[in-house]
Design a protein around this ligand. Structure first.
Ligand code: B12
Length: 217
């Protein structure tokens, strides 16, 4: 991204955050839509959403905004991501079975962005849903012969429990890629929990999946 784009993005993030906190869907949509024809649109939009929600999450921790504002901000972003990302083209290829899920919690946005980015990148990917337990995931991996399992995790206790999940997956031929706020904040956590890889954002995740698919084929 060039300097001008980074500056535009910073300005838009502040405006977007204000619109979310005011529960002003129309303005939020207008701001995000300004980037819809940009060649880097998925990266830009996801950075915008991630940064704005992170600031809102911090403001909530400091007692400056109400949980209802965090909740409504999440809902608006979910609607906008669904609307915009589903209109971006996708041409599927035959790849080893790839699946994505939110492990234990119900923070759905990161998974939605990663899912759409990978599909737009040409990968066929199964969405297993949200709030899945380790036992359910092991069952799904076996039943669907999943070779790459992407897990989105937003709560730190859940992130730490990936270690147990990985123990249950021992002996099964599956690569586990983890992501979400706890892994963005601590860049060694993925190693600690025994995952095969992590990705900070959609473009990094696309590169990791492309490389893994190449190795598996
Ligand atoms: C929005 C939000 C909510 C919304 C969720 C709305 C929704 N529809 O998803 C609501 C209000 C419902 C909510 C509820 C709760 N929340 Co909340 N929430 C957030 C907030 C502010 C933003 C999360 C988000 O959507 N970010 C935007 C997305 C796009 O970012 P992302 O998930 O990080 O994804 C990016 C990357 O990480 C990566 N990525 C994501 N997934 C994956 C997966 C793979 C495989 C890869 C490679 C990459 C990758 O790509 C994405 C795009 O770049 C965070 C703050 C934060 N700093 O994250 C708190 C936060 C996660 N919540 C928190 C808490 C505590 C809760 C509640 C327990 C609050 C309560 N007391 O009820 C509940 C629990 C709900 C549950 N059981 O799941 C805490 C977690 C603390 C902790 N240490 O565990 C946080 C960190 C807030 C805080 N600072 O305390 N929350």
């Amino acid at each position: 991204m060039n300097k001008k784009k980074i500056q535009d993005l910073k300005y838009s993030t502040v405006q977007f955050e204000r619109a979310l906190l005011a529960i002003d869907r129309t303005t939020a949509e207008r701001i995000i839509s300004e980037f819809k024809n940009d060649p880097d649109r998925m990266q830009i939009i996801s950075e915008l959403v991630t940064n704005a929600l992170e600031n809102i999450g911090n403001a909530w921790e400091e007692g400056k905004v109400a949980l209802s504002q965090v909740y409504m901000s999440g809902i608006i972003c979910e609607e906008l991501i669904d609307k915009l990302f589903s209109s971006f083209g996708n041409k599927q290829i035959n790849n080893p079975v790839i699946a994505i899920a939110v492990f234990e919690d119900f923070h759905v946005l990161g998974k939605r962005i990663i899912y759409s980015t990978l599909r737009a990148g040409g990968f066929n990917i199964i969405d297993l849903g949200n709030g899945l337990s380790a036992e359910t995931l092991v069952k799904e991996v076996k039943e669907k012969s999943i070779k790459i399992l992407l897990l989105s995790v937003l709560m730190l206790p859940s992130a730490l429990r990936i270690k147990q999940l990985n123990k249950l997956l021992t002996g099964i031929d599956v690569k586990v890629i983890v992501g979400g706020a706890p892994f963005r904040f601590d860049d060694r956590l993925w190693i600690e929990v025994g995952a095969d890889a992590t990705g900070k954002d959609p473009s990094e995740t696309l590169k990791i999946v492309t490389k893994l698919v190449g190795e598996i084929k």
